[in-house]
Design a protein around this ligand. Structure first.
Ligand code: SAH
Ligand code: SF4
Length: 387
């Protein structure tokens, strides 16, 4: 708008039309004068939402979408509706996140009927009190973690801030979600490494907070550990909560499963994380994918406790989700239980993340565009260094 010699309020009107009203053609933006709309069209601007091409629905209510961007490239986005109560106290991450965010907003009575009925959202009408959207930040991923299916795509390109936020708007529209009436959490845990697309990721956070209206306290970004980006992130005035995919208790094991550790080791990542100015009710989450026989033994639990001692942290254990062409094993249930108990006994709040949508390939690390998983011969088998 500035480039076209327009006043700043025109940009606000455009944001309003794109992100609140979710209009899909320039003609519909009647708040902008007709000649301005014509100028925009003549300059080649088009507006619209990324298109949901395919939907897969899990027995647990999770939905996975294949979403197409304007240039035809696709990403995957996941919708996880949650009922109230069912998850509470079972150690699921959703419950923990929820409690933390409620504390942040000073609202400890989420079910109190504080809104008038006209303002009851689409989620509540369907028996849910919240939902989490898992969004992608890149098409593919360059990081090459050995246990992750997304890694097999390699990196195609970065998503723009509009494309990252656009996934959210497309999914909100599909479900008729009203921001303000419905409680939406966002996790940047889909395809890609957000901290290798840092500027667009942060710009998307600004779009999601301001025109779209989702508070940053309801967002969590997960990184495989890009040290310089963690340091930049620590200085952001507006930022989500942070999760680090720790996944190993020492550099030797981590190098095998996450080769990026050779560039930034665990100590350097923890040093960077310690510069993060944490809010009163904010914790850093450490995700830990349990791979049977590799990182799930008692000595690993003891090492994790040593690494994280003194930090305001919590641990999310994720049982590894299998994928074609990946030669790891799931951990034994009794090893998972011992691992969690050792961490809790050591004073570390530790949750086991409930797998969501495993039956539709929507769980952590399983996102790999359907179009590719179904075409024969597209999978390259990379044996992990440890197998
Ligand atoms: N690239 C970022 C965010 C996306 S991955 C990151 O790596 O943090 C989100 C989470 O899924 C990470 O914690 C990752 O370690 C985990 N993950 C990857 N593949 C997995 C798999 N096959 N099973 C379970 N978790 C997996
Ligand atoms: Fe990329 Fe995250 Fe998968 Fe690693 S776990 S390959 S960083 S998406």
């Amino acid at each position: 708008m500035a480039r076209l010699g327009q006043k700043p309020y025109r940009a606000t009107q455009l944001h309003e039309a794109l992100y609140r009203q979710r209009l899909t053609s320039l003609d519909q933006i009647t708040t902008l004068p007709q000649p301005l709309r014509e100028t925009l069209a003549a300059e080649g601007y088009i507006i619209g939402l990324p298109e949901i091409l395919q939907t897969a629905r899990s027995i647990d209510g999770t939905e996975r979408y294949l979403i197409r961007m304007a240039d035809g490239e696709t990403v995957e986005t996941v919708w996880m509706p949650d009922g109230d109560g069912g998850e509470r106290g079972d150690g699921s991450e959703a419950a923990a996140e929820e409690e933390a965010s409620e504390g942040l907003e000073g609202n400890t009575q989420p079910s109190a009927p504080r809104k008038d009925l006209r303002n009851v959202g689409a989620l509540e009408r369907n028996g849910y009190t919240r939902a989490t959207i898992c969004i992608s930040s890149q098409i593919g991923c360059a990081v090459n973690c050995q246990f992750c299916l997304t890694a097999k795509l390699g990196i195609k390109r970065n998503l723009t801030a509009g494309e990252i936020a656009g996934q959210v708007v497309a999914v909100l529209s599909r479900h008729g979600v009203k921001i303000g009436a419905d409680r939406i959490n966002l996790v940047f845990m889909g395809m890609g490494e957000p901290f290798l697309n840092y500027d667009q990721f942060i710009a998307s956070v600004h779009l999601l907070v301001k025109p779209i209206g989702i508070p940053e306290s309801r967002m969590t970004v997960s990184t495989s550990g890009i040290e310089p980006s963690i340091r930049r992130f620590a200085n952001e005035p507006l930022r989500p909560k942070l999760a680090l995919s720790l996944n190993a208790s020492n550099d030797q094991v981590r190098e095998q499963i996450m080769p990026i550790t050779r560039k930034w080791n665990i100590a350097s990542l923890l040093d960077a994380i310690k510069t993060l100015p944490l809010g009163k009710r904010e914790w850093v989450t450490f995700e830990y994918v349990l791979l049977g026989g590799i990182n799930d033994q008692p000595q690993h639990a003891r090492e994790v406790l040593d690494l994280l001692s003194g930090m305001k942290a919590k641990v999310n254990l994720i049982v590894w989700n299998p994928g074609p062409g990946i030669a790891y094993n799931q951990p034994k249930p009794e090893d998972v239980a011992v691992f969690q108990k050792m961490l809790i006994d050591g004073g570390m709040p530790t949750y086991i993340r409930r797998p969501r949508g495993r039956d539709i390939y929507a769980a952590c690390g399983q996102l790999k565009r359907t179009v590719e998983t179904t075409s024969p011969g597209s999978l390259v088998s990379i044996a992990p260094a440890t197998a």
